[in-house]
Design a protein around this ligand. Structure first.
Ligand code: ADP
Length: 670
């Protein structure tokens, strides 16, 4: 076994690998960029080497620097994590030239999966099922169209060099073929410099089911069952689970064995994932093989009880696989939710900022948090804005899902916008609970997840108001308990008044709408109940707060909600989803002032896709100015106010560093 390894990565995956190495008594070397000088992974490693500037192409993507760091520290092997250099065949080749073990597959296996049509050819020979289609060398439009006509529409055109959903077009009718073909080719040419196409049957309701495989250098191969990753937004996974729901043992074995065949067809070694599309009729088709550890590997770890990083290290060191197929069993059910600094209500725009407050749920045998950040750390513009992976386990899907909802409701972050609310709404919505899931889940259930058809807040507004008056009463009691005369009438909180009703006026805003609420507190024995009126409707409420949970009875209907209060924002995590209210304070001045300054810097690292204006243009507030692409998504940069564009610093196709000034802009005088 190695005595020292280098981790050519950052963030949660670097920390994850260090944990296992430590457990195995292996020393670790971290590498870091300027922006990561004080980061958690650097702190956790035994040694750390600075390899360059903050943008990843000046540090984490520099093969030479990483290899130099390994040589300097005497690390015998490099774990690449995922992303960065993990699927870079050239890097893998350089490692072996230097006598450093690359903890991953052989160069040839990485290269074999590089082109979609070449990969398909290999899989076809190995008799792995492929989506019906054409992936031949003859690229004439007539040949490809004939293949589409023969199999019937809809079809999907894909760039053979593709990735990240680029160069892909659905074609629904024969007469749309020419247009779709031209568009897909254009996009492929500009994204990959290669416009070769393949065509396949477009499945309208597929699931994304992937198999974790492991091979050693002694001809052994096993599969560690499947993960369902159908819940995606623009081909990015959001919540993953293992095992997949409604899988028969027979299908599981068939898919597992196919995955092993795929891996063996390319002489695979180490951890890999074979991705399949699973159709409604139970047919499954090879999509691609990821030749590295996946982000979502922890769900497999929780249902199998295995440490996949330990397996990787053992295999890379030449050992045989720790377990044979018959020794692997599925135990219970696991979910992973990816906690991101991003704004789901603004097209999932990555968010940046300082994690002023960070309190993850308490870890236990049911809850695991894989993270690379601490309270006070910065989510910078330079890297993927993932804050953590929240992984939960329990005996059944139903119970694990309850764990997920609870853990999400306990995840407290302030300082940056996160997707926690979105994840909570997703995890608690009926179609997800009922596993009515395919790859278009988010699109199809948009209205429920985003609360689009704004349901009445008839239950939630009184709950939020009740929470406010109860917490005020609690604070008053706590204060009274500290005084010399805790029983003074001035310290009572039970609605005792001379000749007068005890009435509170509260204003709560939800999604920009303000709701005036009247709360009348009434005595009942030694306690109180409340008459809460919103929009002329009055309900009778009682409740108590315990450990940040509000137990409420509204007109006799009892329910509870976890409450997170942050300054004047109240988040109510309820069975119907999460509801965010702003408590509008009467004497705090204008809360609604629109803060429109700044914003003409790149929100993240990316590529300029399209500049929509010229220097000298007059623009109006909110007008789209530029479209940038990062992390497989397009983001529109808009004018912060009316004004003039003085100068443009980027053109189409330019790489842009996060934080870079994009245009010079003069706002119109108000
Ligand atoms: P890329 O490499 O560009 O990400 P993939 O081939 O991996 O492209 O496909 C990405 C996603 O597109 C899949 O996860 C799936 O949701 C969808 N997809 C791919 N092929 C098909 C198909 N034949 N029918 C329906 N959906 C598909």
């Amino acid at each position: 076994m190695f005595t020292k390894i280098l981790i050519a990565n950052r963030g949660e995956i670097a920390c994850r690998v260090i944990k296992t190495a430590r457990k195995m008594g292996i020393l670790t070397v971290a590498v870091y960029s300027d922006a990561d000088a004080d980061s958690l992974h650097v702190n956790m490693a035994d040694e750390a080497i600075h390899i360059g500037g903050s943008p990843s192409r000046e540090s984490y993507l520099l093969s030479e620097k990483v290899i130099e760091a390994a040589k300097r520290t005497g690390a015998q092997a490099i774990h690449p994590g995922y992303g960065f250099l993990s699927e870079n065949a050239e890097f893998c080749r350089m490692c072996s030239k230097e006598g450093i073990t690359f903890i991953g597959p052989p160069v040839a296996a990485i290269e074999a999966m590089g082109s979609k049509s070449a990969a398909k050819n290999i899989m076809e020979k190995a008799q792995v099922p492929l989506v019906p289609g054409y992936h031949g060398d003859d690229q004439s439009e007539a040949v490809i169209k004939k293949a589409a006509d023969d199999m019937g529409y809809p079809v999907l055109l894909k760039a053979t060099a593709g990735g990240g959903g680029k160069g892909m077009r659905q074609v629904w009718h024969e007469n749309e073929f020419a247009e779709g073909f031209a568009a897909a080719k254009r996009e492929a040419k500009s994204s990959f410099g290669d416009d070769r196409m393949l065509v396949e049957k477009y499945l309208t309701q597929p699931r994304h089911v992937e198999i974790q495989v492991f091979c050693d250098n002694h001809q052994n191969a096993v599969y560690l069952f499947e993960r369902d990753c159908s819940v995606q937004r623009r081909h990015q996974k959001v919540i993953e689970e293992a095992p997949a729901f409604s899988m028969s043992e027979e299908l599981r074995t068939q898919m597992g064995e196919s995955a092993i065949k795929s891996a063996q067809a390319i002489g695979y070694q180490g951890a890999g994932t074979v991705e399949f599309l699973l159709d409604v009729d139970g047919s499954f088709y090879f999509m691609e093989m990821n030749t590295r550890l996946q982000v979502e590997h922890p769900v497999t770890e929780l249902i199998t009880g295995q440490d996949l990083v330990e397996w990787q290290l053992r295999v890379a060191a030449g050992e045989i696989l720790p377990k044979a197929q018959h020794e692997l069993k599925i135990n219970g059910h696991a979910f992973e939710a990816r906690i991101y600094a991003e704004d789901p209500n603004n097209d999932f725009l990555p968010a940046t900022g300082k994690l002023d407050f960070l309190q993850p749920p308490v870890e236990s045998e049911f809850v695991r948090v894989d993270t690379g950040v601490r309270q006070g750390d910065e989510v910078s513009v330079f890297y993927d804005p993932m804050i953590a992976k929240l992984i939960v386990w329990d005996e059944s899907r139903e119970k694990a899902l309850q764990r997920l909802a609870k853990a999400l409701s306990e995840y407290r972050i302030s300082g940056v916008t996160t997707n926690i609310d979105f994840l909570y709404n997703l995890a608690t919505c009926a179609p997800f609970v009922n596993a009515d899931i395919d790859t278009s889940f988010i699109e199809k259930n948009q209205a429920i997840i985003f609360h689009d058809n704004e349901q009445s807040l008839a239950g939630e507004l009184p709950m939020a108001a009740l929470y406010l008056v109860l917490s005020q009463a609690q604070q008053a009691q706590a204060k009274a308990a500290k005084t010399n005369d805790p029983f003074s009438p001035w310290n009572m909180t039970n609605a005792w008044r001379l000749n007068e009703a005890n009435i509170h006026h509260i204003v709560l805003a939800h999604n920009g709408t303000e709701y005036p609420i009247i709360v009348e507190q009434k005595r009942q024995g030694s306690g109180s109940y409340y008459l809460i009126s919103v929009d002329g409707q009055t309900v009778d409420c009682q409740g108590r707060i315990e450990n940040e949970t509000l137990y409420a009875s509204i007109d006799g209907y009892r329910s509870h909600a976890t409450i997170a209060k942050n300054a004047n924002q109240i988040s109510l995590f309820h069975q119907n989803g999460v509801f965010n209210f702003i408590h509008i304070l009467p004497d705090c001045g204008d809360n609604s002032a629109d803060d429109n300054h700044g914003g003409l810097v790149a929100p993240m690292n990316g590529t300029m896709v399209s500049v929509l204006i010229k220097a000298g243009d007059n623009v109006v507030a909110n007008q789209p100015l530029m479209i940038m692409e990062a992390m497989k998504m397009e983001h529109t940069i808009r004018a912060p106010s009316n004004g003039v564009v003085d100068a443009l610093y980027y053109k189409d196709g330019d790489m842009v560093d996060g934080g870079a000034e994009l245009i010079a802009f003069t706002a119109e005088e108000a």
